[in-house]
Ligand binder design. Structure first.
Ligand SMILES: NC(=O)c1ccc[n+]([C@@H]2O[C@H](COP(=O)([O-])OP(=O)(O)OC[C@H]3O[C@@H](n4cnc5c(N)ncnc54)[C@H](OP(=O)(O)O)[C@@H]3O)[C@@H](O)[C@H]2O)c1
Length: 276
């Protein structure tokens, strides 16, 4: 297989870094995207990759990242939208959006939208790291996507991870393969990473106490991402679906609502000031 270009966000740590190592070891050209310059440079040096830094809590940095990627890579074969996490008290970004929703959903939505022509021309895969939290905590209210009326860290995280799945479904509907892109969202499992380090959610206790022993390794957590990036969409997996452990998984009931997916796309485009 000719060398493919695989852009992975959130690749400076955890699941994304494990995926970068695994994919670089297979001979793919991995592009490491992180937030911390030091951590990003360290992973990039380790896997022999080029790297970029962008804070998804700043949409101007997402735009700069997209411009840099378009200038540098004539084809992008895989975009792994993996950066994200659960936050603490409600904060608003400089763009005026609730931070969990922006970092986990609006940032990747904007990045994918700005890269879409290159992704379509490359017949790319767009793989988005969601979470089982979509089922436990998610319930999207289109009129309160920035959680102004009510905010809880778990709910905001569940909503954003549900948005990842709706985004995947709508991306598939708008740009279906084979002429468009192949899209999938997945839950990586409970993975022993830096996850929840910035959060006040009780969920952080799982990651910082003896309970951490029950979590799987970042390498195992990256398995479904690597599988989606390296096996054939249309044959081994189905575009538009949500996966767990390499199988289509049950998602929140709202994830099946095609009208909601369409409306979320339009509202997201407005929130990041993109013409839909
Ligand atoms: N761990 C789990 O059990 C679990 C379960 C379900 C889903 N997930 C999802 O898996 C993905 C990866 O998380 P992880 O577990 O590997 O956690 P992690 O070790 O904390 O890694 C998170 C990655 O996302 C980046 N990131 C965080 N905030 C960012 C921001 N504002 N802008 C740009 N990049 C940002 C981090 O960059 P820096 O390190 O450079 O700051 C890091 O590379 C996330 O989307 C998370 O929601 C994790």
């Amino acid at each position: 297989m000719p060398e493919r270009t695989i852009v992975i966000t959130g690749a400076s740590d955890g699941i994304g870094a494990a995926a970068a190592r695994a994919l670089a070891a297979r001979g793919d050209q991995v592009v490491v995207v992180g937030r911390s310059p030091q951590k990003t440079a360290a992973v990039a040096a380790e896997v022999g990759a080029e790297s970029y830094v962008a804070d998804f809590a700043r949409l101007d940095e997402v735009r700069e990242l997209a411009s840099a990627l378009l200038a540098r890579y004539p084809h992008i074969d895989v975009l792994a939208n993996n950066a994200g996490g659960i936050m603490g008290d409600r904060t608003e970004t400089v763009d005026g959006h609730e931070k969990t929703f922006q970092v986990n959903h609006l940032g990747p939505f904007l990045l994918t939208s700005l890269l879409i022509d290159r992704l379509v021309a490359s017949r790319a895969r767009v793989i988005t790291t969601s979470s089982v939290a979509n089922r436990y905590f998610g319930h999207l209210e289109l009129d309160d996507l920035d959680a102004r009326a009510s905010y809880k860290p778990n709910k905001a995280y569940g909503d954003a991870k549900l948005a990842n799945i709706l985004f995947t479904r709508e991306l598939h509907r708008r740009y279906p393969p084979p002429a468009g892109v192949s899209a999938a969202a997945f839950h990586p499992g409970g993975v022993a990473t830096n996850f929840a380090a910035e959060s006040t959610s009780p969920m952080r206790i799982v990651y910082t106490s003896a309970l951490r022993r029950a979590l799987i390794s970042p390498e195992k957590g990256a398995d479904t991402l690597v599988w989606l990036a390296t096996t054939e969409p249309g044959t081994q997996w189905v575009s538009g679906e949500y996966y767990e452990k390499r199988r289509i998984a049950k998602a929140n009931a709202q994830a099946a609502d095609a009208g909601l997916a369409r409306e979320l796309w339009e509202r997201s485009a407005a929130m990041v000031a993109l013409a839909d």
